[in-house]
Design a protein around this ligand. Structure first.
Ligand code: PMV
Length: 333
């Protein structure tokens, strides 16, 4: 039988999208309108611990050592409810997460949170879930979490079924497949509280006149990014990732009411990267649904680039990292 006191411990890293997941065809199952490609990053990660508490009904959540807010607890509890149904178990759960990434800042923490919770849940029950099962289940918590199951370069295939069984992430290339590539994560001072990606996506799908243009062009971006990863072609990868990100933000700017995820510092970073490119440094920028840019650059030019970006006013932290691993069991939180 199951040992109810067993604690599952797992770690997952955040990922940054190179071709964005943008729009849901089914908000309850987090089924995407389009496929997406990301890279899992080494530096930022979340560790999760999950244990069943059969004598309780309620789930409890601790985030970085403090009890989570009722809203956070409710979101995670709804997610656990679906995992419990899938696993055929009942009772309460106590879960803890610790992260070295700021929560809900637009730095993709939810991608790592739900990937780590899914794996930790499976470990707490001794369930041998496959990576595609883990990815499908993590997707229910946050779409982008489906991709943090894998390390390196990852594609989330949108699937065509209504039940979501064929909507999960698959690895495209391992974390050590492109050693000359670096990612410079630029954290800018928090602007006005960002609209969640869930809310933002729905508003864009429903009101942005540019959304049909996004959908019509994303398959071509996916083809080119797959090809760039396969050939390790930074000019191709970077130029498609940058234009895909700016296109996503254009759909948001055109929504009603408009969604402006950027701060002044975001724009300054975009301009500086474009200037450096004109001066011969191959660097390209991407931005998820928040203000923080991530810059793709050759490893040997990363330090100069990171220094230049750190001098921009309102840039808070600049971290240079590389592709990182997929979700994995750990022995301590
Ligand atoms: O996983 P969510 O629901 O937080 O959505 C993520 C959306 C983007 O970060 C903007 C794009 C992506 O593919 O990660």
């Amino acid at each position: 039988g199951l040992n109810p006191m067993e604690e599952g411990l797992a770690r997952a890293h955040i990922n940054i999208a190179l071709v964005k997941y943008w729009g849901k065809r089914d908000p309850r199952l987090n089924l995407p309108m389009n496929g997406s490609i990301s890279v899992t990053l080494d530096h930022y990660f979340v560790t999760a611990s999950v244990a069943m508490e059969p004598r309780r009904q309620e789930d409890r959540l601790w985030v970085n050592g403090a009890q989570a807010s009722p809203q956070e607890t409710q979101r995670v509890s709804k997610f656990f409810q679906r995992l419990k149904e899938y696993a055929g178990v009942s009772g309460g759960i106590v879960a803890r997460t610790t992260a070295n990434v700021p929560m809900a800042s637009g730095l993709a923490s939810s991608s790592a949170v739900f990937a780590a919770l899914t794996k930790a849940f499976s470990l707490s029950l001794g369930l041998p879930w496959s990576s595609s099962e883990l990815s499908r289940l993590a997707r229910l918590g946050s779409g982008s979490a489906s991709r943090s199951i894998h390390g390196g370069f990852v594609e989330w295939v949108k699937g065509i079924r209504n039940d979501g069984e064929d909507s999960y992430a698959v690895p495209l290339a391992t974390m050590d497949s492109w050693p000359s590539l670096a990612f410079v994560v630029v954290q800018v001072a928090a602007g006005p509280k960002a609209v969640s990606s869930r809310e933002g996506m729905q508003r864009v799908v429903q009101t942005s006149p540019l959304y049909p243009g996004w959908l019509a062009s994303v398959d071509h971006d996916l083809t080119r990014v797959r090809d760039a990863i396969y050939r390790q072609d930074l000019s191709l990868l970077g130029s498609v990732a940058e234009s895909n990100a700016l296109k996503m933000h254009a759909t948001a700017l055109a929504a009603v009411p408009p969604l402006v995820y950027w701060t002044g510092a975001t724009v300054s970073v975009i301009r500086r990267v474009q200037e450096m490119r004109a001066a011969g440094i191959e660097a390209y920028v991407t931005i998820d649904a928040g203000p923080h840019p991530v810059v793709l650059v050759e490893h040997h030019q990363a330090a100069d680039l990171a220094y230049a970006l750190s001098t921009i006013p309102d840039v808070v932290e600049v971290v240079t990292t590389q592709p990182g691993p997929g979700v994995e069991a750990v022995s301590a939180i």
